[in-house]
Design a binder for this molecule. Sequence first.
Ligand SMILES: [Zn+2]
Ligand SMILES: [Zn+2]
Length: 262
Amino acid sequence: MDIHCIGTGGGRFCLTTQQRATGGFMIEHEDTSMYVDPGPGALVRGLDHGITFGSVDALFISHAHIDHYGDGEALIEAITQGCKNDRGHLITNEIVLEGQSDTSGVLSSYHRNHIGQTSMIDAEDIVDLEPWSLTVTATDHKDIQTNGFCAEIEGTTIGYIPDTSYTDDLIPQYRDADYLIINTLRPVDKDWKGHLNLEEAVNLVETIEPEKAFLQHFGMNFVTSFRTQVEWLQDYDPAVPITLCSDMTTYSLEDQGLEQFV
Ligand SMILES: [Zn+2]
Ligand SMILES: [Zn+2]
């Protein structure tokens, strides 16, 4: 079971400078794969990393911010072999698909019409991605509907916590996670409503107690103080192994010798 981290940056300044790439990640196990949050760069860097998009099974978009959907249409083209072969499963929420009040959805109807299947998700929905099962979660992110998941894959559960403020509501939703992937935009001492900082992400990990946690979607303040963040984490010495993920890197969950702080 692999997590392919294509772009581990997030927020407007990583997006516009690509100092950390913003392409999101893909989970793959045997013959099934799901690409998650294809921000700008997902297609180009994903190809560079060896992803065969024509066999990707599902595309999950957590919310309608560009660092999560920017390459969504390009990936739909790649998944459907240029919209010639209606295949793949788009899993996302109503705001991404339909917009809200004065906005439209963020994916063209052309592309929406060429994906094989679409699931419009809401909290607690269960999406069948045979042989995986996704339980949809909800987070608290700047008044825009934002959804993550717990993916149950042959007895192992991978939880994805997308952009969110710290809230106790997160804990029961991810209680069953064996592995956690957490968007951690902010460095340890910097709060910003709608986003977790490193200390909050570590608190979640220590409370939920997965086997391992992978932090990513770092904002520019995190990236420019990365060494300080690594040192803080080493000093904290969490009980659960926590990896600060790198761009263009595959993490195999079966690996025992996984480096703790990358
Ligand atoms: Zn984001
Ligand atoms: Zn966001």
